[in-house]
Design a protein around this ligand. Sequence first.
Ligand SMILES: *Cc1c(COP(=O)(O)O)cnc(C)c1O
Length: 398
Amino acid sequence: MNLTAFYKQLGEEVEKGTQPRVIESGQGPYLTIKGVRKLNLCSSHYLGFTEDQRIRQATIDAVKDLGIGTGYRTLAGTHSLHLELEEAIAKFKGTEGALVFSSAYLANCSAIQTIIGKEDIVISDELNHASIIDAVSLSKVQNKYIYKHGDVSDLEAKLNEAKTLMETPKSKGELPVTLIVTDGVFSMDGDLAPLPQIVELAKKYGVLTMVDDAHGEGVLGKGGRGIVDHFGLVGQIDIEIGSLSKAFSSTGGFIAGNKTMIGYQKLKSRQRLFSIALSIPDAAASLEAIKILLESDAPVKKLWENVEYLKSEFQKIGLDTGHSESAIIPVMLGDEEVAKQFSAKLFEENVFATPILFPMVAKGKARIRVIPSASHSKEDLDLAVKAFEKVAKELQVI
Ligand SMILES: *Cc1c(COP(=O)(O)O)cnc(C)c1O
């Protein structure tokens, strides 16, 4: 293509694109946008840790001691702080080890690319997060099976389809390895992967399991230990992925798993070899957040109180809150245009909650995704309910 034509085509797309809102405050229960305070119902800081005093202080102390930047983990970038964080994560998750990266996107890429090659087999839920889809592409695996969302019998059908391949040696002679991969909490509906049945099938067929628990950590299970703990499956999943950017309110991601898996990832991961270690403030903030949760489940309890309260108040006024089992509350609207208008009108009421539209969800399944946090007071949530009721009536949704 001629470059003038190429840039013209790109420019047309840029023109059509919308600009994100600019936040002028921290990510607490309220956000300041263009000088106006808006109730924050859209960030995934489930436990309200963005403004936690203990975490701020720990971060400031670490920056005073160590500065900001790090290095490459295998060269001169492994600080004792990283090891302390990895130990704390492993303790929190109940795994033999953990390995941190500068995002969960990278952790997913590493987890899959490091152990899966062209001739191996991946079986993936159709609604898995984009970072899992990209990770699978990166591995260049040719044998990909996509099972219907959360559908255990379709998963077993795919395992059966793959059976001959599983028993056929690869070009170098050994048998392929098979990996079942799923999100833990699906972030659009807030529903959970059927992990007990997945683990059962994995055992039956002798395959690996991987769960991305980005929206489950700090939310599900004992004291927020995540979906694996929630289902009583600690020690039975080969690879757990976590994000430090959601409930832990910092930046980073990790792989948690058994000693051999973590050891191998440490040795071979391209994301570890060729991308920078977690920064000092991010590592310090994450470590303090995990320490808080290791000491007390109070923030998790507060989150759930808020989730249950908001969900039941929404239902009382006649809103459809879908079938979430997590802290994500989808307010189901269906029509794309209604969802867009709903969010815009909420914004006028100083409530910030984003519409989720096609292609993030199927056509006709548009919604407002509401995420309360432990930092909201009952008064904050009552304000939300009032605004939702007013807008829902205006748009004749109720
Ligand atoms: C948010 C999210 C990620 C990406 O996490 P980052 O740490 O922001 O890269 C990965 N997987 C799932 C399921 C997520 O929800």
